[in-house]
Design a protein around this ligand. Structure first.
Ligand code: NAD
Length: 485
């Protein structure tokens, strides 16, 4: 019998499901059991061509619609996503292995927020009037054209919407390629947009590995590329996009600092560290994986952290009581276990976790290392799993310098009850998305993105509009033209 997660076909182009079994088969493995639940096929060159030519053509009429009309469609899609939240959350859980307890509140709901927010903004995307004496200049905020979205595997529904919603609101069309590890959810987003009244061809989904992504990025018809992925992939995609002088948004990896001063509320700080390391089993780009704790409260913090981490319910992600799921894939589990071994070898003190959980599927226990030093591998490289490094510090000045000593700059957090210190420290941290007495909130109203190697551009908020549109300026002369001859 076909598993309920098996999609009707691999790709969604021009308003319908499309199959081409000549492409490389991509097995979809349910991370909680290791079972294969579906198969899709990587896009062949013919499929890539069909998606790009369709999206290029469909964009012209879409951009000519009024913002109000485009926005209405996006807002209707948001409503449909919310009505189907349960069904979409179950699919997200099959795609990623994340517990239903999370997917019910963080994935289709976040996607719907983006569709609603950018649907609401679509009608107000205007230019300005610049008086020049009797003459004037007016500006027009125009669509870029055909955009390519490429996703990572941790938030397949959310990423498909965070890229699609602002792109479509501005009058662009999109070809979206999900991660080959989680190919299922974006197809539903495409289906729902059509149901909400979107014209065929403005949002298309094609499957495949890096090769397909690369074919999309290098196509001369493409005007913009928005990637969510790792820094090495980001460097390749940015370089390829530069060849064609294309616009880019790069949402890449991190190794973010979370700084806890000794006057902080310990339970809130522990809660922040848990949210910033163990949500989605640690597979979150903005995670605060370098937890700097001021020496005076270190042992108290570690004791409370170990106690609360012990309350994680690890198990069947479809059981709503489960609060901690597996790694997305066997490969990712092995990468994380490799880092845990490195942590042990390099002399970090294991506080809890530290091994594969005794279950089917790709579970790794939530793991905390203390006495981590700045040069240890687990403190320098992005692990993308449930491995928290706790480092000690003495002074504010010292911790700021150490926090910034990394190629990454996605996020940063500070816990303290001294608000002048909180703002002073955050002001000096090299990061794009920061938190004071909180961690990992990502509301659609706030810009999200990194500095340094963690990325270029911003998603969400009004900032995203700037990255999916361009400004045309028009000088209007009222009198005669003066010329030298
Ligand atoms: P990845 O870099 O391996 O792959 C990302 C996507 O790029 C995939 O769809 C992949 O098929 C595609 N790709 C690979 N090579 C390509 C190429 N040459 N041209 C075009 N596309 C190519 O990343 P991943 O393992 O899927 O995801 C984990 C990474 O993503 C982590 O580093 C994480 O921090 C990052 N991430 C960042 C954010 C953010 O918003 N900043 C969010 C989630 C994940």
């Amino acid at each position: 019998m076909t598993h309920p997660a098996q999609p009707k076909a691999s790709h969604f182009i021009n308003g319908e499901y499309v199959e081409d079994t000549a492409g490389t088969p991509i097995p979809v493995i349910y991370a909680a059991t290791g079972e294969q639940i579906a198969t899709v096929y990587a896009a062949t060159p013919a499929i890539v061509e069909r998606a790009l030519s369709t999206a290029k053509e469909a964009q012209k009429a879409w951009a000519k619609m009024t913002g109000t009309e485009r926005g209405r469609i996006l807002r209707r899609a948001a409503d449909i996503m919310r009505e189907r939240n349960h069904e979409l959350s179950v699919l997200e859980t099959y795609d990623t292995g994340k517990p239903l307890q999370e997917t019910l509140v963080a994935d289709a709901t976040s996607g719907a927020d983006a569709l609603e927010y950018f649907g609401g903004l679509a009608a107000s995307l205007t230019g300005e009037h610049i008086p020049m004496g009797e003459d004037w200049v007016y500006t027009v905020r125009e669509a870029l054209g055909l955009c390519v979205g490429i996703g990572a595997w941790n938030y397949p529904t959310q990423i498909a919407c965070w890229k699609g919603a602002p792109a479509l609101a501005c009058g662009n069309s999109m070809v979206f390629k999900p991660s080959e590890t989680t190919p299922l959810c974006a197809l539903k987003v495409a289906e729902i947009l059509i149901e909400a009244g979107a014209p065929a061809g403005i949002y298309n989904v094609v499957q495949g590995m890096g090769e397909v992504g690369s074919a999309l990025v290098t196509d001369p018809r493409v005007d913009k590329v928005s990637l969510t992925g790792s820094v090495p992939t980001g460097k390749k995609v940015y370089a390829a996009a530069a060849e064609g002088m294309k616009h880019v948004t790069m949402e890449l990896g991190g190794k973010s600092p979370l700084i806890i001063f000794d006057d902080a509320d310990i339970d809130n700080a522990v809660g922040g560290a848990i949210n910033g390391n163990f949500y989605s089993s640690g597979q979150v780009c903005s995670n605060g994986t370098r937890v700097f704790v001021q020496k005076g409260i270190k042992e108290k913090f570690l004791a409370r952290l170990a106690e609360r981490t012990g309350n994680a319910i690890i198990g069947d992600p479809m059981d709503e009581a489960t609060s901690f799921g597996p790694m997305v894939s066997e490969n990712q589990m092995n990468i994380v276990l490799g880092y845990i071994e490195k942590g042990k070898e390099e002399g970090a003190r294991l506080i809890c976790g530290g091994k594969r959980a005794d279950k089917d599927g790709f579970f790794v226990e939530p793991t905390v290392f203390a006495d981590v030093t700045d040069d240890m591998t687990i403190a320098r490289e992005e692990i993308f799993g449930p491995v928290m490094s706790v480092l000690d510090f003495d002074t504010e000045e010292e911790v700021i310098a150490r926090a910034n000593d990394t190629e990454f700059g996605l996020s940063a957090g500070v816990f303290t009850n001294d608000f002048s210190r909180a703002h002073r420290v955050i002001g000096q941290l090299e990061a794009g998305s920061c938190f004071i007495n909180s961690y990992n909130d990502a509301p659609v109203e706030a810009p999200f993105g990194g500095v340094k190697a963690s990325g270029v551009g911003r998603e969400n908020s009004k900032e995203a509009i700037k990255h999916f549109s361009q400004v045309k300026s028009v000088y209007v002369r009222m009198g005669d033209v003066e010329a030298a001859f």
